[in-house]
Design a protein around this ligand. Structure first.
Ligand code: HEC
Ligand code: HEC
Length: 339
């Protein structure tokens, strides 16, 4: 026995130390990968299995071959849009310097990070804003014109084909017509009061301005080819026709994703802070888009769409900042009364 320990004591101790050191590692890794060998531990009993949609890692894009190259280029266009299409773009100069990834985190792969998990499965679809059936190409162009305050790409452009190919690849395996859990954004419940830009400013100063700047203009990278921290308002930001100008979209995005590094597992802002900071940022100046052609049927405008005319009696201000519950109740009452 004594001999055994002299011979094997050190390797044995090393083995035990390694096992102990890696145990917590295995457990926290469960978030990302199914970990079957832990399946029946007490841990598993207390936490339901992770059914969230996670986008595939870009390293899994099929190598070489034409399709693989196109998908890869599409991923790069989402991640480094400004490098290709920004004000100093190497391919064209048609966008404001943001990257798609600034708002579609992890190139559209993160649960509740405004991801692309339901895009291939749910388009073409009817959209009330344009009052027609929209394809994936239309939707991409919508973000180019509004979120990127830029101009559209032709459906036959290599860049458009590449972004499409990437979205199709990401959506492989998602059943047609289904929006799985974790896709897109997690809708934030309405507050009982209006969102407050004054309180929102305090939230911004305490939680956002270190990165996005006290003036909200973000921070350019060293070469000036794009942003290290993207702007939240001003001439280089999304225009007033973009999805982020709806308080509900902004608040839902920020709640689960900001300050940068936040995930839906551990949001750092309360719901009130998320709504208030949305009110502050979306009350700042930004480029204007002519939206007279939108919402041919004003009845279908979302509750938090900030521009009239409306078919109800609530003001533009209430449609922008809330309280939203009375508007929702009035709309539900109306549909209820319809034959
Ligand atoms: C400033 C933020 C922002 C930027 C930049 C941006 N988007 Fe979006 N995008 C949004 C928001 C907000 C939505 C709407 C989400 C919602 O309302 O569910 C959206 C929706 C989409 C959708 C539809 C998603 C779905 O599930 O229906 C697609 C596709 C899309 N964006 C593609 C792009 C592409 C491609 C780019 C870059 C060329 C881009 N976006 C840049 C904010 C942005
Ligand atoms: C630690 C730095 C950091 C902090 C703090 C931070 N952000 Fe961000 N934010 C980022 C980065 C980086 C991105 C772009 C993400 C990417 O490209 O992957 C971003 C993107 C955004 C976007 C979408 C892109 C755009 O420019 O419109 C919004 C909106 C946003 N942040 C709002 C906020 C708000 C509101 C707060 C405070 C509650 C906040 N952020 C705090 C770093 C930060």
């Amino acid at each position: 026995m004594k001999h055994f320990f002299r011979e094997y004591g050190f390797p044995l101790a090393l083995f035990l130390v390694t096992v102990i050191a890696f145990l917590p590692e295995c457990r926290s890794g469960r978030d990302n990968q199914p970990d079957t060998h832990l399946a029946n531990t007490e841990n598993e009993a207390s936490e339901p299995p992770d059914t969230m949609w996670h986008g595939k890692n870009k390293q899994l894009i099929p190598g070489a071959r034409d399709t693989g190259n196109l998908i890869w280029y599409g991923e790069q266009l989402i991640e480094r849009t400004s490098y290709y299409l920004g004000p100093k773009g190497t391919v064209a100069q048609i966008t404001n310097g943001l990257n798609c990834q600034n708002c579609h985190l992890g190139a559209g792969t993160l649960p509740y990070g405004n991801n692309f998990g339901k895009v291939y499965a749910t388009y073409p679809q009817y959209r009330a804003r344009s009052n027609k059936i929209q394809t994936i190409y239309d939707r991409i162009n919508g973000c180019l014109e509004r979120s990127m305050n830029g101009t559209t790409l032709d459906t036959n452009a290599r860049e458009m084909k590449a972004i499409y190919a990437y979205m199709r690849w990401l959506g492989e395996g998602v059943p047609k017509g289904k929006a799985g859990s974790g896709t897109g954004m997690m809708k934030l419940p309405y507050l009982d009061r209006a969102a407050d830009p004054v309180r929102g400013k305090a939230v911004f100063v305490a939680n956002c301005q270190t990165c996005h700047g006290a003036d909200g203009q973000g921070q350019l990278n060293g070469e000036g080819t794009g942003y290290t921290y993207p702007p939240l308002w001003g001439p280089h930001s999304y225009n007033d026709g973009a999805g982020m100008t709806r308080l509900g979209s902004f608040a839902s995005f920020v709640k689960n994703n900001m300050p940068f590094g936040t995930t839906y597992h551990a949001p750092r802002l309360t719901d009130e802070q998320a709504w208030d900071v949305a009110a502050y940022v979306d009350s700042q100046p930004r480029p204007h888009k002519d939206q007279r052609a939108d919402w041919a049927d004003p009845e279908k405008k979302p509750i938090d769409y900030p521009f009239g005319p409306y078919t109800d009696s609530f003001s533009e201000k209430q449609h922008k900042y809330g309280p939203f519950k009375p508007i929702k109740a009035a709309h539900e009452h109306k549909t209820h009364l319809q034959p």
